[in-house]
Ligand binder design. Structure first.
Ligand code: ZN
Length: 479
């Protein structure tokens, strides 16, 4: 259009736009080191007490803050096994006081590395108390630093598949090969981690989700600023004994930084891998043995494959700065699976038998541990027979990110993807709390570790309620 052809109104509109202004989205990212500073700490993710005296690789709280107009939100992924709602709420409040971002617009999730310390002082030691403080402060700091780094950005998202490292770990076995559960019952129809070469193997009890989803944030001149990936794999494991580790989540963050920002050693790029819906998914190829690998070797291998998939997804992404943002959070109340009088008396008699015999050898495997868990949980249920959980949905353009505070089964994540009104959807689990496993009602009927009382602590229909609510929230955001 020539200047002559412009109307006075068009000239007026052009003059209203300041030079260099960007009416689009802003983004900032930060990674704060949360490796313990006082040792020894105790690791989570095991039945037994495990100490760590040093770090194999650092733990981080990694945050992305996005802003569009008045809307600001934070997404934070923490190298931890599980983090309680109470501690997360404290971290959110601290970050909110410093940034003004409402706590309801903060998504904070644990990666679920099994090689990180407790988020509470389980054994009441000084290093544990110090770590709880450090963890809360580190999460808050990562949000504050990402918020301070806000700058105009462009955003894109896409996905690629990596089907070779996800395996459903719940298996049907020949019925006479099914062991008794910790309560002494022989009613389980499926077994978790039945052994790679178990001759009684029949078939797995559920699907896997092989999608590697990628949300990319770049500066307005095209430099990668942050990449949040999502993969539905519990963790990899075989980390060095006596050391903390971020498992393949940390290795992924290092690899993707190397691939995207190899030529900018001064880059502030933050790579992040969040856990999808992996309550029943692990990295053990039941039925198809593979060579034994050295400590940390399998982690590097899986992180490399997921980084490859993320990189290929990234390469196909079209980034835009005119992306709209919104977020919903809801609190829902669920019934706890209150132990019955019979279950309580069975737990007591199990503990009495163990005390008399002075040994657990004639009792079911993990019988004593579960008996104690049932008694502890029953005390908790007396104080409160229900639990309030938080669920969230973030909308970024035509992408929806859902959250669940449970170790959520892959089929629940797949269902959310299918029922979503958005073109792309993924779910981050272990978010905004840690409430145990979330089997579907059908999986509850099959039994197995993930369904046992105290491993699963909420009503049988909870996964249905969660899906219904999250789909409803996505529909509201789509309007
Ligand atoms: Zn786990």
């Amino acid at each position: 259009m020539t200047l002559k052809a412009m109307t006075i109104l068009e000239l007026f509109c052009i003059c209203l736009l300041p030079i260099g202004a960007n009416a689009g989205i802003e983004g900032g990212a930060a990674a704060v080191d949360i490796t313990p500073e006082v040792w020894p700490v105790y690791l989570r993710g095991s039945f037994f007490k495990k100490e760590a005296y040093t770090a194999h690789d650092p733990l981080h709280s990694r945050a992305i803050v996005l802003k569009e107009g008045d809307m600001r939100l934070a997404m934070v992924i923490v190298d931890s096994c599980l983090i309680s709602r109470e501690n997360l709420d404290q971290a959110k409040r601290k970050a909110s006081q410093a940034t003004g971002i409402p706590v309801s617009q903060m998504l904070v999730a644990a990666t679920h590395t099994h090689s990180a310390p407790h988020d509470y002082a389980r054994y009441d030691t000084e290093p544990e108390h110090a770590y709880v403080k450090q963890l809360i402060e580190g999460i808050a700091q990562s949000i504050i630093q990402a918020h301070d780094a806000l700058e105009p950005v462009e955003i894109g998202y896409g996905s690629y598949r990596e089907p070779t490292e996800v395996f459903n770990r719940r298996w049907f076995l020949d019925p006479d090969a099914m062991p008794a559960n910790p309560f002494g019952e022989t009613t389980d129809l499926v077994k978790m981690n039945p052994g790679i070469t178990n001759p009684a193997l029949k078939h797995s009890a559920g699907p896997v989700d092989p999608e590697v989803f990628v949300l990319s944030v770049r500066t307005i001149d095209g430099h990668p600023l942050a990449l949040l990936a999502n993969y539905s794999l519990h963790y990899v494991g075989k980390t060095p004994a006596g050391q903390v580790s971020a498992d393949y989540f940390g290795e992924f963050a290092r690899l993707i930084q190397n691939r995207l920002e190899r030529h900018r050693p001064d880059s502030n790029f933050v790579g992040i891998l969040s856990n999808g819906t992996s309550g029943d998914i692990n990295n053990i190829p039941v039925g198809s043995p593979r060579p034994n690998r050295e400590t940390f070797e399998q982690i590097q291998l899986v992180a490399g494959k997921v980084a490859d998939a993320a990189y290929l997804a990234y390469k196909s992404i079209e980034h835009r700065s005119d992306v709209s943002l919104s977020m919903l959070q809801e609190a829902i109340i669920l019934d706890r699976r209150v132990p019955s009088k019979i279950q309580i008396s069975q737990a007591k008699s199990m503990l009495e038998r163990a005390a008399k015999a002075g040994s657990e050898k004639d009792l079911p495997r993990h019988g004593v541990a579960y008996a104690q868990k049932v008694l502890d949980f029953s005390e908790q249920c007396e104080l409160s027979p229900t639990v309030e959980i938080l669920i969230q949905t973030v909308r970024i353009g035509d992408l929806a990110i859902c959250t669940s505070p449970f170790e959520t089964f892959a089929e629940t994540g797949l269902r959310l993807k299918r029922q979503s009104p958005f073109s792309s959807t993924f779910t981050i689990e272990q978010a905004n709390g840690a409430e145990g496993y979330l089997p579907t009602p059908a999986q509850h009927r099959l039994g197995g570790y993930e369904t046992w009382l105290t491993t699963s602590r909420v009503e049988f229909g909870a996964s249905e309620k969660l899906v219904r609510k999250l789909v409803g929230m996505m529909r509201s955001l789509k309007k």
